[in-house]
Design a protein around this ligand. Structure first.
Ligand SMILES: [Zn+2]
Length: 203
């Protein structure tokens, strides 16, 4: 969403309707300062004002968001641009999630190492304490592993190295799959073979 472009579009439509900023503001029951802010791209009209504003300017809500009149000719283009933007934000989110997985994975390994060190090298602790350390440590470790695999399943796709099919497998399949780094051996639903899959952000 380009606020500057939307602002210029509002100004152009207002002039087409032969309205001043003050006249448009009066019809909407707001200050002309607010209209000026929209037109310079400083802020967007309040959602509750949009239907009335669009009616006054003779445009659709879709036109308003696109910052231009969306006709049948440029409709496809406008839809594609919106889709692309959506996809980009989705990719960003997935990349962030996969980075988070590393952030979760490292403490999980540290927890496990700490556990081994405490239990193996501390001679003067009671059996009860040792058992408690093991139980708490293992629970924490399991929780980390669960979240890490949950993230790895949901963010992006697994791509079959044989046929190239990219999809989101079920959590349990990812959980039990043999893996090297993020590559996992999964049963591909497309070519029906048990092959190595690569983690990818895009299809
Ligand atoms: Zn396949």
């Amino acid at each position: 969403m380009d606020q500057i472009m939307i602002g210029k579009f509002i100004a152009a439509c207002r002039k087409e309707k032969k309205l001043t900023q003050a006249q448009l503001a009066e019809k909407l029951g707001i200050t002309d300062r607010a209209v000026s802010k929209w037109e310079t791209g400083k802020c967007m009209p309040d959602a509750s004002l949009m239907p009335e504003l669009c009616e006054l300017l003779g445009i659709s809500i879709n036109d308003l968001f696109n910052g231009r009149r969306v006709t049948m000719e440029n409709y496809k283009e406008a839809a594609e641009a919106a889709m692309l933007q959506l996809k980009e934000s989705e990719e960003k989110k997935n990349r962030l999630l996969l980075d988070m997985e590393i952030g979760i994975g490292i403490p999980s390994v540290i927890t496990l190492l700490e556990l081994i060190v405490v239990v193996a090298y501390t001679a003067e602790v009671s059996v009860f304490f040792r058992v408690m350390v093991i139980v708490v440590g293992l629970l924490q470790f399991c929780m980390y592993v669960y979240y890490a695999i949950r993230i790895e399943t949901d963010a992006g796709y697994y791509k079959c190295k044989k046929c190239g099919h990219a999809y989101v497998p079920e959590f349990k399949d990812v959980f039990w799959a043999q893996h090297i780094g993020r590559d996992r051996k999964l049963h591909c639903p497309c070519c029906n073979k048990k092959t190595w899959h690569k983690k990818v952000i895009t299809k």
